[in-house]
Design a protein around this ligand. Structure first.
Ligand SMILES: Cc1ncc(C[n+]2csc(CCOP(=O)(O)OP(=O)(O)O)c2C)c(N)n1
Ligand code: SF4
Ligand SMILES: [Mg+2]
Length: 325
């Protein structure tokens, strides 16, 4: 299929400024959808409000352009109502991390089966270039005319810590890597968070002597370090808060929310659940000695943890029985 077939060309031209990176991101997304051979009738794009959130409006797929900061909440509802759908959130740093911050954290904690793609351009592009939770220190924006004093959020680290299964960041300089991440995320269980660093020439560039697209791209390029380098530098206590760390932060297979709720039809995954269930039971039984020691410690917190573990096993057992009826 030609990628153009996935575009609502009747809506063109887009609202994107000349030299904006969002068109490139949109192309990477469409290429990923095309190459992954998934049933496009089962894909839903969901966005909030912002320049980045306009992307679903230009794509010929089912889409929902919601309210500012609420894309993840709407996406959660769609996925729970119809687990067969592939729900992809397209959002911005303001939409996802400022007004929508809590939805994001809890979606990662739940590890709900969504793909979240955040176009991080370090500011609120659509409303004229205000500071956002990812703006680097010292950058000038309309609300930080003397330079930003606040340290920025690393949203990838946040997603990892909160519980997402797959987390990666790349820049608009490598559209193919973005495409590959999206393809991978489309087949992952649980939550996938992909951050795409992109240029906002109009909002951020012009206030920081970077109004030419090439200047902004060079500015991005000069800040890139790989995740492997970052790990080594952080061990030495070097501050990387003004760097753009790229790579895959995590790629793990914790059970997604849909599986925990017994809403997935995948037989293989049910078998994995059964295997884990038996393994955990064995572990708990074998740890009898440890349990006795803990009992003697009279720790209510540890006892509660043991009770919770038993509850989880019971829930998993019920899900397994339901699936195999
Ligand atoms: C409840 C609410 N508050 C504020 C706004 C105004 N507003 C629209 S877009 C936006 C910020 C968008 O920033 P971001 O998500 O980073 O998207 P970008 O335009 O940079 O791609 C804001 C504050 C709004 N539309 N609704
Ligand atoms: S304001 Fe920034 S993010 Fe929005 S379209 Fe223009 S360059 Fe792109
Ligand atoms: Mg933004």
């Amino acid at each position: 299929m030609q990628v153009e077939e996935l575009l609502r060309l009747e809506r063109f031209p887009t609202i994107f400024c000349d030299g904006c990176g969002l068109g490139t991101l949109m192309y990477s997304l469409l290429k990923a959808l095309d190459e992954s051979n998934i049933d496009l009738d089962k894909v839903v794009l969901v966005s909030g409000i912002g320049c980045s959130s306009r992307i679903p409006g230009y794509v010929r797929l089912d889409s929902l352009h919601t309210t500012h900061g609420r894309a993840v909440a709407f996406a959660t509802g769609i996925k729970l109502a119809n687990p067969e759908l592939k729900v992809i959130v397209i959002t911005g740093d303001g939409d996802l991390a400022a007004i929508g911050g809590n939805h994001f954290i809890h979606a990662c904690r739940r590890n709900i089966d969504l793909v979240i793609i955040c176009a991080n351009n370090f500011n609120y592009g659509m409303t004229g270039g205000q500071v956002s939770p990812t703006t680097f220190k010292d950058l000038r924006t309309t609300t930080t005319p003397y330079g930003n004093y606040e340290p920025p959020f690393d949203l990838c680290k946040l997603a990892v810590a909160a519980g997402a299964n797959y987390v990666a960041r790349y820049t608009i300089l490598t559209p193919d890597l973005i495409k590959e991440c999206i393809k991978k995320a489309l087949f992952k269980e649980g939550l996938s968070y992909i951050e795409v660093i992109t240029q906002c020439v109009t909002g951020l560039g012009k206030r920081n002597k970077l109004s030419k697209p090439i200047d902004m791209l060079n500015w991005i390029k000069d800040r890139i370090i790989s995740i492997h380098e970052a790990v080594e530098l952080e061990k030495k206590g070097i501050d990387l808060s003004d760097k753009i760390i790229i790579g895959e932060y995590v790629d793990r297979d914790r059970p997604g929310l849909l599986r925990l709720m017994g809403l997935t039809k995948d037989k293989k995954k049910v078998e994995i659940t059964e295997h884990k269930m038996i393994k955990r039971k064995v572990e708990i039984k074998e740890d009898k000695k440890l349990l006795e020691v803990i009992e003697k410690l009279h720790s209510p917190i540890i006892r509660r943890m043991i009770e919770e573990e038993k509850e989880v096993i019971e829930i998993e057992r019920r899900i397994f029985e339901k699936k195999n009826k």
